[in-house]
Design a protein around this ligand. Structure first.
Ligand code: OSB
Ligand code: MG
Length: 369
């Protein structure tokens, strides 16, 4: 299909809570929506980047620049038969994976719509019920952490993940474990520790966590392998995996035993499927990470989660938890008893845009082509 025209919109996105992590606070977000036009069809993608360049150097504004100056000029007016061809045309661009991913995701939506197939089927998925967990930011106190844990558990989430940082780790997690002895619990450090902090992880190792997510540096695998060898709790890699090659190297040296897959971090569905396949070959489960997505990104996450080896609950929690009734799609992507449905209204991504709301939230708009 020919990429005839691409529309970018920077949207104001009022997250219902301040999301505090080891790298900073995400609030008053800006989210970049991308619409690809081809043969009278529209494909939707969303850039997963946020405001703070702490998880990654990619922010919404950086992604806008990358798309406008480098990504879109390589594809506008060109014909691509497969997502692999599209990704190959963008290969010379180093980094900017989230910018590339938004276009790739939108292209899959287009292809699925042209084929009259739901996206999950085109991707080769095997399920439409998706068990989900919730990611809980750093709270002002241990009491507030336990309260948030109880509330999310009562809502039916299948796993609770807590953000940690040096000085905010063993104490809150021990309290949550005491309050919820049977609950699946995990922690996410977003790269805040060093190998010399191994003592903290030995203590966390006693709490029966499902995994410890990205404890060490964002670009490290070697120290993760050293840490993993000391622990019985699996390490889950997030920031360190941008490709199937990274996944292979990480799993081969024992840097972790689980992988968090985020579409934005791996250039889209094709990259996600390759990471998923490599992990399956190593017998390592994967799960769908979250980046505080609006409805388009959340829908893509749910379609991706239909692949076979997504056997652990993902971070694709209820849209209303983040956006109240101000999500950008007509469909309410909320979990029931901790299970989300893959959106299925029509072919492709299975969601429709709330054009009036999007117009009101638009901060900047660009049409290319
Ligand atoms: O590391 O998984 C992460 C949000 C922004 C950046 C990085 C991460 C996260 C989350 C939130 O954990 C997941 C979500 O609820 O969307
Ligand atoms: Mg993470």
């Amino acid at each position: 299909m020919k990429i005839e025209r691409v529309e970018l919109r920077m949207l104001r996105a009022n997250l219902k809570f301040h999301f505090e992590t080891s790298f900073g606070v995400e609030a008053d977000l800006q989210k970049l929506l991308l619409v690809v036009h081809s043969e009278g069809l529209e494909g939707y993608g969303e850039v997963t980047a946020n405001r703070v360049p702490g998880y990654s150097y990619e922010t919404s504004k950086v992604a806008w620049t990358a798309l406008e100056d480098y990504v879109l000029p390589r594809v506008i007016g060109k014909e691509f038969a497969t997502p692999a061809q599209l990704v190959a045309a963008l290969e010379p661009i180093r980094g900017h994976d989230m910018a590339v991913a938004a276009l790739e995701m939108a292209f899959w939506d287009l292809l699925a719509k042209a084929a009259h197939l739901p996206l999950w089927q085109l991707l080769g998925g095997v399920r439409t019920d998706v068990p989900v967990g919730a990611s809980i930011g750093i709270q002002p106190s241990v009491e507030a952490t336990v309260e948030a844990a109880r509330r999310h558990a009562a809502e039916g989430y299948k796993r609770l993940k807590f953000k940690i940082r040096p000085g905010w780790d063993v104490t809150p997690l021990s309290a949550v474990r005491e309050a919820l002895p049977e609950m699946a619990l995990t922690v996410d450090a977003n790269s805040a520790y060093r190998i010399t902090d191994a003592r903290v992880f030995h203590q966390l190792d006693e709490l029966g966590l499902d995994y410890v997510e990205q404890p060490l540096a964002h670009d490290d695998l070697v120290d993760h392998a050293e840490l993993q060898a000391m622990l019985s709790t699996p390490i889950c890699l997030d920031e360190s995996v941008h490709s199937a090659a990274d996944a292979r190297k990480g799993l081969a040296i024992g840097a972790g035993r689980v992988i968090n897959v985020k579409l934005g971090r791996v250039r889209g569905h094709l990259g996600a499927r390759r990471v998923h396949d490599v992990a399956a070959a190593f017998g390592a489960p994967v799960w769908c990470g979250g980046m505080l997505e609006l409805g388009v990104g959340r829908a893509h996450n749910l379609h991706m989660s239909s692949l076979e080896n997504f056997t652990l609950p993902g971070d694709t929690a209820s849209a209303s938890r983040y956006w109240g009734d101000e999500d950008i799609v007509d469909q309410v992507l909320d979990a029931v008893d901790g299970v989300q449905q893959v959106p299925a209204e029509g072919p492709g991504l299975g969601v429709t845009l709330r054009k009036d709301l999007i117009e009101r939230q638009t901060l900047d708009r660009l049409v290319v082509g």
